[in-house]
Design a protein around this ligand. Structure first.
Ligand SMILES: O=C(O)C1=C[C@@H](OP(=O)(O)O)[C@@H](O)[C@H](O)C1
Ligand SMILES: C=C(OP(=O)(O)O)C(=O)O
Length: 429
């Protein structure tokens, strides 16, 4: 049964703590797929306890690594398909669509009701062009998918739209080395969430997979994985909530061990963005430390979040709470994530008198009527990032109630324990 968190922070708002963040779910989910494709020649270290990673790991372990090579005519003729349920994990859905297409077997790939509304047609059609046997089990263009593998490669050249989700591109790039002809992806339109494609290519490079990227063409030839270990870094998207806590506190010194300034994760750019809100990041022997310098900058610039969509809720909520009428671009993909994150932000910010309005793809905050009631209950819409972005408001609101507190498990299961460690009181209703 779902429970709500009652979050408060009594006394002076000084935060002095050290938080050991879990591994990046994006890095983990790539590492797990790469490890399976390499038939376990590649090992993974520092696996995250994020539910999305636990789910993908469980699925891959159950499927085993036999039959991971396309090309033969080993298709299973059986009518019975194996059910593969990713729950709410977007990366697992997208990466497995490609992975299962290349694997010998007959699969029904599905997820939560929300997952069935998150588009997958661009990836499924690209896979079909390559030679995969995929059909839509319910609605055209959406999960669940019927997949009969292994694919019989027809072509190495495939066009793919870049502006809906980078996960489609990462999914294809990871299977490219094991395809008999490799792959050349021609990215059409603007590439959204580019750092996630860089992360995929960097992790492939770590295990010996070379690529070329010229203009909008990315090519990976057939290649073998080099044995090795992919060591997962802590999650920078999770770190963003500690920047938010630092920004809303009166004073803050927060150590985040093992976090790397130079990271494979694009969300590490939170360290630059948060300078606007007076948060300094320093490198330490153990990792990084963040502190509140007590001065915020007046920014008139429009902040483009196209390369870091998972930071959007964190940043929009901090700006709203600090009364900054900032403007943002690059938020187009937020509508197809765990929930329609634009609508969710609009609904919940209204509870503190803030509006977020769109004009020509520019989203502007109006905080002229910002106020903090004694208690506010925030809905989370089955979205971990709604819970984690709004809970820090307990530094400004006497009591914050976060509905369905367990949503955080998707990427950061120990979020509530870590808040307690930092001095927050967490009641459960
Ligand atoms: O590849 C990844 O690990 C991810 C890519 C991003 O999605 P989009 O490419 O759909 O923006 C991001 O929002 C998601 O949380 C993780
Ligand atoms: C969008 C997210 O995840 P996914 O697309 O993998 O479900 C997220 O973690 O914010």
């Amino acid at each position: 049964m779902s429970k709500n968190a009652l979050v408060s922070f009594k006394g002076t708002k000084n935060i002095n703590t050290e938080i050991q963040l879990t591994g990046s779910k994006s890095e983990c989910n790539r590492a797990l797929i790469i490890s399976a494709l390499s038939k376990k020649l590649v090992k993974v270290e520092n696996l995250s306890n994020a539910a999305d990673t636990v789910t993908l790991n469980g699925i891959l372990n159950k499927l085993g690594v036999e039959g991971n090579e396309p090309g033969g005519d080993s298709k299973l003729k059986t009518a019975n398909s194996e059910l593969v349920d990713v729950g709410p994990a977007g990366t697992a859905m997208r990466f497995l669509s490609a992975y299962l297409s290349a694997k010998n077997g007959n699969f029904l790939l599905t997820g939560t009701e929300r997952m069935k509304q998150r588009p997958i047609g661009i990836l499924a059609e690209a896979l079909k062009t390559i030679g995969a046997d995929i059909s839509y089990a319910e609605s055209e263009g959406f999960p669940p998918l019927n997949i009969v593998g292994p694919l019989d490669q027809k072509t190495a050249q495939v066009k793919i739209k870049g502006d809906i989700s980078s996960q489609y591109i990462s999914a294809l790039l990871m299977i490219a080395p094991i395809l008999p002809q490799g792959l050349t992806l021609e990215i059409e339109g603007e590439l959204t969430s580019k750092p996630y494609v860089d992360m995929t290519l960097d992790m492939l490079a770590e295990v010996g997979i070379k690529h070329t990227w010229n203009g909008n063409l990315i090519t990976i030839e057939p290649q073998v994985f080099k044995p090795g270990t992919l060591v997962v870094e802590p999650d920078w998207s999770a770190a963003s909530y500690w920047y938010s806590i630092a920004a809303l506190a009166d004073e803050a010194e927060i150590a985040l061990p093992a976090l790397k300034e130079k990271s494979l994760q694009g969300d590490s750019q939170i360290k630059n963005i948060m300078k606007i809100f007076g948060i300094a990041t320093t490198k330490t022997d153990k990792g990084i430390a963040i502190s509140n310098l007590g001065l915020t900058l007046d920014t008139k610039e429009v902040l483009d979040l196209k390369t870091c969509p998972d930071l959007a809720q964190t940043i929009v909520v901090i700006a709203a709470a600090l009364g900054k009428n900032m403007a943002f671009t690059g938020l187009e993909t937020l509508k197809i994530k765990e929930t329609d994150r634009i609508a969710a932000l609009q609904n919940e910010l209204a509870k503190i008198g803030v509006t977020l309005t769109e004009d020509n793809l520019v989203y502007t905050l109006n905080t002229d009527n910002l106020h903090f009631p004694d208690k506010v209950t925030f809905a989370t819409y089955e979205d971990h990032r709604m819970a984690m972005a709004f809970a820090p408001l307990a530094l400004l609101i006497n009591e914050v109630e976060i509905e369905e507190m367990q949503v955080v498990e998707k990427s950061y299961p120990f979020y509530w324990e870590d808040l307690k460690k930092a001095g927050f009181e967490i009641g459960i209703k």
